[in-house]
Design a protein around this ligand. Structure first.
Ligand SMILES: [Zn+2]
Length: 529
């Protein structure tokens, strides 16, 4: 018998609920935030599966599949820890051990080794497949499953059960593969119970965010690079102010930004390393180890420390990037979520205005759903945060979580917020009187618009109504409007004139007062002298 790893009570509950969902639906996603131990739960599930006596429709084999090489290493590392889960590895450069009941494989190796001319040509098939980071490359997995399960059917075997692991289960087409998401405890609960590290957020010096251009759900690389250009002086200053002494990962849009920052950080006396997509795996692992041992102070990175990177000691994430999708934002800040004896929390220094863009805090659990496949869950609405006027921390609620200061109602209103004793709320639109225009002024601008584009009175009323709706005010046409001290009567509902052109009815739109609807000024203005 293979010894099972010990699990926390919430992990036991989570894997049990995943099991019953699997029995009902066959293909499910085990969803938990980064740092909760999804791989450990998977190890328990695979070990337990390997201890079972296979039925007549089973082979007794199970598979842990991943979509990139680094994840194979993570799995081998985790399965090799005590208690060891014996396993074979299916990947180029590794010896195979097909006899082992648990196999670890990259999905690409499986496709190229096991499938030829549209046929799965080996006898080795799996009763249970666990797929890591299942919101990526799910089409590749679906392709493998199609051939794999066809082969199982030929052999009279039950189709494979599938568990996808994901912190952010949202991607187009995910619902074609999986039937249900099984969520664990809330992130806030995990933080409160010390399974995950708490976060403290600060709004740091921001780049030129007005330069950002949104395309296809992300900011363009060029606009992001431009927005974050020239920040390196500020980022060293902000790091010293908020996060000095913490092992830190800096996120940069481009190599040139990272190199600039690196020069400035080194000049300030920090021990700094750099990784990007070209850094060899071996060197990368070494550098991650140095940061985790606090042998270096700062790691500059360009799109490497994203998901699946496990460096528990990280005490600060310096975000010199601008993110548009809530899913990616969550993956990035999730790098700091692991607990470590030498840390009390993880600081997020936000230079990219990401939190103010409503991407949310790590403790906000998005409502993941297989029904929402294309929409970012950020659009579903994240509660606002306030910036502490004393210490720049971004937080929710009454007292600043970082320094204990309580902003005055006036300071809150300056940020468009109010606090009702339990929750921060945006100041409602009708309370911002200054930005709401009167019905009369909307009517006048509608008359000008309609008049100059040759439209009729009826069309003018349409323009007026949509202007009112836009600012949330009732769309009742005023009885009169005054332009340059000339008063005009508005046309009554149902009048024959409704289909006449505005430029004829109200010649003032062309700069000339007069017409049938001008109300003659009968009052004599009393001269003050
Ligand atoms: Zn504060």
């Amino acid at each position: 018998m293979i010894e099972l790893p010990t699990l926390y009570p919430h992990q036991i509950d989570h894997k049990d609920r995943t099991r019953s969902a699997l029995a009902r639906r066959g293909r499910v996603i085990l969803n938990a935030p980064p740092g909760v131990g999804k791989t450990r739960m998977a190890k328990w599930i695979l070990a337990s599966s390997a201890n079972r006596t296979p039925t007549t429709t089973q082979t007794g084999h199970s598979l842990f599949a991943v979509h990139r090489r680094g994840l194979v290493d993570n799995a081998i590392g985790s399965f090799g820890e005590e208690p060891v889960l014996p396993h074979g590895v299916i990947m180029s450069g590794e010896d195979t051990a097909y006899g082992r009941r648990t196999q670890v494989a990259s999905i690409d190796s499986l496709l190229s080794w096991f499938i030829e001319d549209g046929h799965y040509h080996t006898k080795l098939t799996f009763d249970l497949i666990v797929y890591d980071e299942c919101d990526s490359h799910h089409q590749t997995l679906a392709k493998f499953l199609k051939y794999h399960d066809a082969r199982r059917e030929e052999m009279g075997l039950h189709e494979a059960y599938l568990i996808g692991l994901s912190a952010t289960p949202q991607a187009k087409g995910l619902a074609d593969v999986y039937k249900e998401i099984v969520a664990g405890p809330t992130t806030q609960w995990l933080i409160d119970n010390k399974y995950l590290s708490p976060f403290t957020y600060f709004r740091a010096t921001e780049g030129n965010l007005d330069k950002l251009v949104l395309r296809g759900g992300e900011f363009t690389k060029a606009s992001e690079a431009e927005a974050m250009y020239g920040l390196s002086g500020a980022l060293v200053r902000d790091w010293r102010k908020f996060a000095a002494g913490r092992p830190t990962v800096g996120f940069f849009p481009r190599r040139s930004h990272a190199k600039d920052a690196m020069a400035q950080l080194e000049a300030a006396g920090l021990r700094v390393e750099y990784v990007d997509g070209n850094t060899p795996d071996e060197k990368r692992r070494l550098i991650f180890g140095w940061l985790n041992d606090h042998d270096i102070d700062y790691l500059c990175n360009v799109q490497v420390v994203e998901r699946g990177t496990d460096i528990p000691r990280i005490g600060c994430l310096q975000m010199c990037v601008t993110v548009a999708s809530r899913r990616r934002w969550r993956q990035l800040i999730g790098r700091g979520s692991r607990c470590h004896p030498a840390k009390t929390d993880c600081i997020v220094l936000d230079h990219g205005g990401n939190i103010n863009r409503r991407l949310g805090l790590f403790e906000d659990d998005p409502q993941w759903s297989l029904d929402i496949t294309t929409k970012d869950p950020g659009e579903v609405g994240v509660r606002p945060t306030i910036e502490c006027p004393k210490c720049q921390a971004l937080y929710r609620g009454g007292l600043c979580r970082n320094c204990g200061y309580e902003p005055t109602p006036r300071e809150r209103r300056a940020q468009g917020l109010q606090f009702d004793g339990s929750e921060l709320k945006e100041v409602k639109r009708e309370e911002k009187k200054t930005s709401v225009k009167s019905a009369e002024s909307l009517m006048i601008s509608s008359l000008y618009m309609a008049g100059r584009s040759g439209r009729t009175w009826r069309q003018c009323v349409g323009i007026f109504k949509s202007k009112c709706e836009e600012q949330g005010t009732p769309h009742r046409v005023p009885r009169t409007v005054t332009v340059d001290e000339h008063r005009y009567e508005m046309i009554l509902y149902g009048s024959d004139d409704a289909n006449r052109r505005v430029s004829v009815l109200y010649p003032f739109v062309n700069g000339e007062h007069g017409g049938e609807y001008l109300i003659p000024n009968t009052e004599t203005i009393e001269a003050p002298y």
